[in-house]
Design a protein around this ligand. Structure first.
Ligand code: NAD
Length: 249
C-alpha cells in the first residue's frame, strides 16, 4: 500500500518547477493527480505524464478555482489534498521605493489572493469528508525576509504563512490540516529567471545557504508528499521550512 494510495490531489502551478516535481512524486506514491496551470501546454504535459487530469485555470479567478475543485470531485469523488502552489516573482525591481501599485497588486493577487480562494473553495469538500491536507506554498522569506528587497513578494508570502496558521488552528478539530511550505531557493524556472536578470544575485544568495547549494524541486516535493500524507498527522498550522539551513544561520 503506497502512502498516498488513491488520494485525490489538486496541484496548482503543476506545469513547472515545484508543482511539476510534486505531481510526479504524488503519482509515484499512488495519488490521483489533478494538474492545474494557466499555461496549457506545460500543464497538459504534466497531467499526461502522471496519468492525471489537466485543468486550465487562473488561480486569481474565483470561477476558475471553483471549477478546478469541482472537476476533481466529479472525476474522482473526493478532494483529499490541495497543494496551493502557483506563484510568481515580481518582474521588476521589487524594492519599496521602486515597486508600483499595479505590480504590488498583481503579486498579491497571484501569490496570496489565490491561496485564499483555493482554501475557501476546497475546505467545504474536506469538511464533508472529515479529512484533508492543505499545503500552501509560502517561502523562507516569509519567516526571515529576503535580504534582497523583495517587498511585494515577501509580503505576499508572509500573508500565506499567517493564513495557513490561522486555518490550521481553525479546522484542526475537523480533521483538516493546513500547513505553509517554506522552501529556500529552489532551482526552477522562477529562480533561473531572477538570476538571468541579475547574475551576481545567485552568488550573493549562495553565500547564505549553509548546505552550499540551491534545492532541487524533487527535494521540496518529498516534503510536500510527507505533509500531504498521514505521516504528518500531528502537523498543522506550521511553517514547514525546507531551506538548506538558511533560517538557522
Ligand atoms: P515556476 O515558475 O517554475 O512554476 C510556477 C507555475 O505556476 C508555472 O507553471 C506557471 O504557469 C503557474 N502559474 C503562474 N501564475 C498562475 C496563475 N495565475 N494561475 C495558474 N497557474 C499559474 O515556479 P516555482 O519555482 O516552481 O514556484 C512555485 C511556488 O514556489 C511559487 O509560489 C513560488 O513563489 C514558491 N517558491 C519558489 C522558490 C524558488 O526558489 N523557486 C522558493 C520559495 C518559494
Amino acid at each position: 500500500m503506497q502512502r498516498l494510495q488513491d488520494r485525490v490531489a489538486v496541484i496548482t502551478g503543476a506545469g513547472s518547477g515545484i508543482g511539476l516535481a510534486t505531481a510526479r512524486r504524488f503519482a509515484e506514491e499512488g495519488a490521483k493527480v489533478v494538474c492545474v496551470d494557466l499555461d496549457e501546454p506545460s500543464g497538459a504535459k504534466a497531467a499526461d505524464e502522471v496519468g492525471g487530469l489537466f485543468v486550465k485555470a487562473d488561480v486569481t479567478s474565483e470561477d476558475d478555482v471553483v471549477r478546478m475543485f469541482q472537476t476533481a470531485f466529479d472525476a474522482y469523488g473526493s478532494v483529499d489534498i490541495a497543494f496551493n502552489n502557483a506563484g510568481i516573482s515580481p518582474p521588476d525591481d521589487d524594492s519599496i521605493l521602486e515597486t508600483g501599485l499595479d505590480a504590488w497588486r498583481r503579486v498579491q493577487e497571484v501569490n496570496l489572493t489565490s491561496v485564499y480562494l483555493c482554501c475557501k473553495h476546497v475546505i467545504p469538500y474536506m469538511r464533508r469528508q472529515g479529512k484533508g491536507s492543505i499545503i500552501n506554498t509560502a517561502s523562507f522569506v516569509a519567516v526571515m525576509g529576503s535580504a534582497t528587497s523583495q517587498i511585494s513578494y515577501t509580503a505576499s508570502k508572509g500573508g500565506v504563512l499567517a493564513m495557513s496558521r490561522e486555518l490550521g488552528v481553525q479546522f484542526a478539530r475537523e480533521g483538516i490540516r493546513v500547513n505553509a511550505l517554506c522552501p529556500g531557493p529552489v532551482n526552477t524556472p522562477l529562480l533561473q529567471e531572477l538570476f538571468a536578470k541579475d547574475p551576481e544575485r545567485a552568488q550573493r544568495r549562495l553565500v547564505h545557504i549553509p548546505v552550499g547549494r540551491f534545492a532541487e524541486a524533487t527535494e521540496i516535493a518529498a516534503a510536500v508528499a510527507f505533509l500531504a500524507s498521514d505521516d504528518a498527522s500531528f502537523i498543522t498550522g506550521s511553517e514547514f521550512l525546507v531551506d538548506g539551513g538558511i533560517s538557522g544561520a
